[in-house]
Design a binder for this molecule. Structure first.
Ligand code: KG4
Ligand code: ZN
Length: 361
């Protein structure tokens, strides 16, 4: 009996080792906006995920300047690639495939990543595949939670996108709704700029609002005539603009102390921004009865949204997932993860792959 048990354990160990051994080592490249990132994954295991942010370069312009972004990707990409390979501990001849973001995003920035992927695939003689940035955000949750229950209602909340999906399986999904104007992160950044809080405004508003709910400014949700899962943020942004103009609140002066008026706007704006995001999510959960919910994209870092998500999970009785902070904002690990999934199914691209700035998902 003991012998049988020991051999069963050894057999299990061997199988686990074989499975680990068989996992494909994939290199991911992400350059769609203002983060230059390269990652190496062994299956679902992140060996390295190097992210070089350009925030310092763009902050003086109050937003991303496309021309500067592509030039800085060019300057940074060699160093980021070298760091990612070194930190991963694998030799380049162990890398078996490459994934690269080919859209949506800024065309000049995307081209830096796409051309690097082609050059590496050619010289290492390995396959490569173009990855949709939104698909990668959607699947980033599976890096932390590989067993997350499906079907899932997934909200992407980032600087460029606000969309809601019904994920039936890893490869099958329905787009339920999307923003009709500004993305949620864009609204955070524009309100931040209006209040003199610098770029990007999202993390600063999060910190200043300190998780407090406020209905002080009488802000309201968008009113759609039809039954929809869509979002809208331009009305909220304009309401804040009118409030600031009417009350002549001076913007933050950089002194280190924020006026009570600015703090109140941060609390009221964030409360309503999260409420606008949650409304179609709740509606979709009630109607479609998924087994879980997830939030991804940069705004998924927001501490108040995470609190609201956790409370909703308790009340609705279903898991609500958020990727870790590093996997919520733009990163190459999520690109490598989707690439691993596709390359394992034999999906590949050819050297004719081009950047597609307006790619949809
Ligand atoms: O996903 P991401 O890194 O890039 C895009 O694909 O857009 O998202 C960046 C966005 C920015 O608008 C930024 O202000 C927002 O995510 N963001 C936040 C927070 N951290 C980042 N918004 C609210 N609260 C945060 N803590
Ligand atoms: Zn993104």
């Amino acid at each position: 009996m003991l012998l049988f048990f020991v051999s069963l354990c050894l057999c299990g160990e061997f199988l686990t080792w074989r499975l680990n051994f068989l996992d494909m080592v994939v290199l991911g490249i992400e350059t769609s906006c203002d983060e230059t990132s390269v990652a190496v994954l062994d299956g679902n295991r992140i060996l390295s995920n190097i992210i070089s942010s350009q925030v310092k370069i763009h902050e003086k312009y109050g937003g991303v300047v496309p021309e500067l972004a592509s030039r800085h990707h060019l300057d940074n990409i060699d160093w980021v690639l070298q760091q990612a390979v070194e930190k991963s501990g694998v030799a380049t001849n162990q890398i078996e495939g490459i994934g690269v973001t080919y859209g949506p995003g800024l065309v000049g920035s995307l081209l830096v990543g796409v051309n690097l992927a082609k050059a590496l695939a050619y010289s290492w003689n390995v396959p490569f595949v173009g990855i949709n940035h939104l698909e990668a955000h959607l699947h980033s949750v599976f890096l932390d939670q590989p067993d997350a229950e499906l079907p899932m209602i997934c909200a992407i909340a980032s600087g460029g996108h606000t969309s809601l999906y019904h994920l039936h399986s890893r490869d099958q999904y329905t787009l339920l709704g999307e923003t009709r104007d500004d993305a949620i992160g864009e609204a955070f950044d524009k309100v931040g700029k209006l209040l003199g809080l610098g770029y990007p405004g999202g993390p600063v508003i999060d910190r200043l609002a300190a998780g407090q709910i406020s209905h002080a400014l009488g802000l309201s949700k968008p009113n759609f005539n039809e039954d929809t899962y869509d979002f809208s943020y331009s009305g909220l942004k304009t309401a804040i603009l009118y409030h600031v103009t009417r009350t002549q609140i001076p913007p933050y002066d950089g002194s280190g102390t924020h006026s009570e008026e600015i703090l109140e706007i941060c609390r009221a704006f964030q409360t309503m921004a999260v409420e606008i995001l949650m409304t179609p999510v709740r509606k979709a959960v009630q109607r479609l009865k998924p087994r879980s919910v997830s939030f991804s994209g940069g705004v998924a870092c927001n501490s108040y949204l995470r609190k609201v998500g956790a409370e909703y999970s308790r009340r609705a009785g279903i898991p609500v997932y958020f990727p870790s902070m590093i996997l919520s904002t733009d990163n190459a690990a999520m690109i490598a993860s989707v690439a691993h999934h596709k390359l394992s199914q034999g999906i590949r691209d050819s050297m004719t792959l081009n950047a597609e700035p307006n790619l949809r998902y």
